[in-house]
Design a protein around this ligand. Structure first.
Ligand SMILES: CC(C)(COP(=O)(O)OP(=O)(O)OC[C@H]1O[C@@H](n2cnc3c(N)ncnc32)[C@H](O)[C@@H]1OP(=O)(O)O)[C@@H](O)C(=O)NCCC(=O)NCCS
Length: 296
């Protein structure tokens, strides 16, 4: 195993990612993130998670080839970063360096390459791990890091309220979803709704008094929640919580700007922890909004 202090970073080529790189990037990412799991919460991916990861990466390579970069060490991947632009916001989807090479400067070079794709963007947003090396990179790139909470446990079914007016959504709702996205985070998900719809269940409430949507992963995890009002966002989150499969549930990516979601979790009998940061540049943490880890 190379010693990171002797590692000749200058010999590593930072080059655009290609579709052929996706499977190796997925494996590298799993290896790099595994040590960052919270106690008792495995983040190891099963075959379905791996497939979903690869689909998202292939989607971003398709929409934003200029935002996706690889550190290539003579044909072996040493690290990668995938990023994309929606409206005038740059998003970092994911970013990792092979564990034995971390701390040697490859991450700096990769983030600089990905940030070339942010030129002309007024805002930036990414979900940061708790890795202090990542924190350092993002702060030095001008991001403000807001701690993220998560709510976890077994739902107290006796606490579930009656939720009205929430319905299943589909591709015909995309214009509404884009409007809500712009209202909450100044940028529509645009083409990302295609993959979000393919990978998740969509819940929608659309009333004169307020509208909201939630993407819910097959394991019940709310993947995105976005609303015009806290009340509407609360309704779709309650529906997601109520319809989650039996067993432990986690509601991730809750910032302090979203106490309405903390209140839903506490009322449902979940307990709160903290994990990583929402990093933003040129904007405040969106609300009422729970972000996606990669498609934000
Ligand atoms: C985050 C990550 C991609 C950065 O890549 P890297 O090659 O380690 O980054 P670099 O070596 O270029 O930069 C790390 C910085 O942290 C510093 N650092 C190294 N070890 C550190 C530690 N234990 N604590 C704090 N800072 C540390 C380095 O000195 C460097 O700062 P400097 O350039 O100002 O000297 C990589 O560490 C990684 O894959 N981590 C696990 C996955 C992850 O968290 N990805 C980010 C997802 S949001």
């Amino acid at each position: 195993m190379p010693n990171v202090r002797d590692y000749p970073v200058v010999d590593v080529l930072i080059r655009p990612m290609t579709p052929a790189d996706v499977p190796e990037a997925e494996r590298l990412s799993d290896e790099a993130f595994a040590p960052l799991a919270e106690p008792g919460m495995s983040i190891e991916r099963d075959a379905t998670d791996q497939q979903r990861w690869r689909e998202r990466a292939a989607h971003l390579l398709d929409t934003d080839p200029g935002g996706c970069w690889v550190a290539d060490d003579g044909g072996r991947m040493a690290g990668f970063a995938t990023s994309f632009r929606r409206d005038l916001t740059w998003f970092l989807a994911t970013y990792a360096v092979r564990p034995e090479l971390q701390g040697g400067g490859l991450g700096k070079a990769l983030l600089e390459a990905a940030l070339t794709h942010s030129r002309g963007c007024l805002r930036g947003m990414l979900s940061a791990s708790k890795d202090p090396r990542a924190f350092r990179r993002y702060r030095l790139a001008g991001f403000t890091l807001h701690p993220q909470m998560y709510l976890t446990g077994t739902v107290d079914r006796s606490a579930l309220p009656v939720v009205e007016h929430v319905r299943e959504g589909n591709e015909s709702d995309v214009d509404l979803l884009d409007s809500l996205d712009r209202r909450c985070r100044d940028a529509a998900h645009g083409p990302d709704h295609r993959i979000l719809l393919a990978q998740n269940r969509l819940l929608v409430v659309d009333r004169p008094t307020g509208s909201a949507y939630a993407y819910v992963a097959p394991n019940g995890t709310p993947a995105v929640v976005c609303g015009s009002t806290r009340k509407a966002a609360t309704a779709v989150l309650w529906e997601a919580v109520a319809s989650a499969p039996e067993g432990p549930l986690t509601v991730p990516h809750v910032t302090a700007a979203n106490e309405w979601a903390v209140d839903v979790g506490l009322a449902a009998g979940l307990s709160v922890g903290t994990a990583g940061y929402l990093a933003v540049r040129g904007m405040k943490p969106p609300a009422p909004y729970l972000h996606h880890g990669a498609l934000l």
